[in-house]
Design a protein around this ligand. Sequence first.
Ligand SMILES: Cc1cc2nc3c(=O)[nH]c(=O)nc-3n(C[C@H](O)[C@H](O)[C@H](O)COP(=O)(O)OP(=O)(O)OC[C@H]3O[C@@H](n4cnc5c(N)ncnc54)[C@H](O)[C@@H]3O)c2cc1C
Length: 391
Amino acid sequence: MRIGINGCGIAGPTLAYWLQHDGHEPVLFEKAPALRTGGYVIDFWGIGYDIAERMGVLDRLHERGYRFEEVRMVDDDGAVNARMSVDALAQMTGGRFVSIPRGDIARTLYEACGDVDTRFGRHFTALEEKPDGVEVTLDDGSTEQFDLVIGADGLHSAVRRLMFGDVDVEHDLGACVAAFRLKGYARRDENTYVMHNVPERQVARVALRNDETLFLFVCRSSLVETMPTAVPEIRATLHDVFGGMGWEVDEILAKLNDGEDLYFDSVSQIRLGGWTKGRTALVGDAAACVSFLAGEGTGLAMAEAYVLAGELHRAEGDHEVAFRRYEERLSGFLADKQKSATRMLGFFVPKSQLGVKARDWMVSLAAKPIFAKLLAGDTVRDDIELPHYEG
Ligand SMILES: Cc1cc2nc3c(=O)[nH]c(=O)nc-3n(C[C@H](O)[C@H](O)[C@H](O)COP(=O)(O)OP(=O)(O)OC[C@H]3O[C@@H](n4cnc5c(N)ncnc54)[C@H](O)[C@@H]3O)c2cc1C
C-alpha cells in the first residue's frame, strides 16, 4: 500500500520503518524545511527501547545519548537539598535506558528508514476520502492519492483537525514548559541534572557535549497571563515568570537571547475516543499525547507506530480490521499512562514551599531502589506485552 504520513518526528519515521519492512510504500511529509535537530533531552526506556532494539538502532542511540548519574535539587545558593542517583532508574529498567536529545533520536529513527521518500517543507492542508483511497491536498495546492493517510504531526496535529474538526481534545494539565540550549555556559556539572524549585516554578540545567547546556523551565500556567507564540514574547514571558527566583536563574535568563531551539508550550494531553476514521489514523502525540510529565512520550509514540504497522501486516492490508485492533490493543494502556502522568505535576512544580521540601525528602528516599520503585514504579513500568509481528 502507498501510505502518506504527515509529520517526521518520532512516530512518523518509526511507522515508515515498519511499513517499509512489511513491503509497503510510505511517503513522509514534514512541515519543517529539514529534519529538526537539537531539542530538549528525553529519557528513553520501556517499550520504546524494546522497539529501538528490534529496529537495530540501540548502539547508535547510546553513542549519541548520555548516561546521567545524578538528579540534584539545589536551593537559592546552589547548596544541595536532595540528590538521587540514577541507579534507581537503572535497576527499575534493568539498565535499559538512555537520555538523548530529541533531535538525535528523531535522526536515528529516520536514518534507519534508508532512502524513504520524504518531502520536507510540505504538509497536508485537506483530506478527501474516496472509495479506494484518500486524496491529500498539499500546502502548494497540488494533490496526491494514498491508500491510507496517517497523522504523526504531534500535539497540535493538523491531520487530527482535518479528521475531527475543531473539537476540544487537548486537556491542559495546568502547567507550561519551556526549553533552550546554549553554548559556553560557564557552570557545568557533568552527567548531572541540576534543578531549582520555588513554589509553582522550576528551572533545571543539564550539561551536554560540545560545551552546550540544555535549560528546562516549568511553571504552573496560572503564572502565564497570555500564552506567548513569537520568540520575543516567549523570552519576555520567561523573564516575567522566572526572574528573581534565586540560584543561577537570572544569569540563565540573561543568556536567553544567545540560546537556540527555544521551545514553549502548555503541558497538555490529547484524549480522544478513537484514533482512526475511514482510511485515516493518528499515531504518537497526535493521537494520545501523555505530556512530558510521563517522561515516556517518545517510547509510547514508537509503540503506537509499531503496533499500527504490525496490525496492518497481520490483517494483510485490511485497514478496517487493523485500525480496530490497533485501538483495542493500546487505548487502555495509553489511558493508564495519561492518568499516572497527571500525578507527576506536583513533583515538577510543587505548589508551596512545604511541597518543595516534601518532594525533596521523597527524592532523597528514592535514592534507595525499594522506595524509588514505590514512588515511580507506576510511571516507569509498561503493563503491556509488545507483540511480535514477524512472518
Ligand atoms: C519539554 C519536553 C520534555 C520531554 N521529555 C520526554 C522524556 O524525557 N521522555 C520521553 O519519552 N518523552 C518526552 N517528551 C515527549 C516527546 O517529545 C513526545 O512524546 C514525542 O516527541 C512524540 O513524538 P511524535 O512523533 O508523536 O511528535 P513530535 O516529536 O512532536 O513530531 C511531530 C513532527 O510533525 C511535524 N509537524 C507538526 N505539524 C505538522 C504539520 N501540520 N504538517 C507536517 N508536519 C508537522 C513536526 O515538525 C515534527 O517533526 C518530552 C516533551 C517535551 C515537550
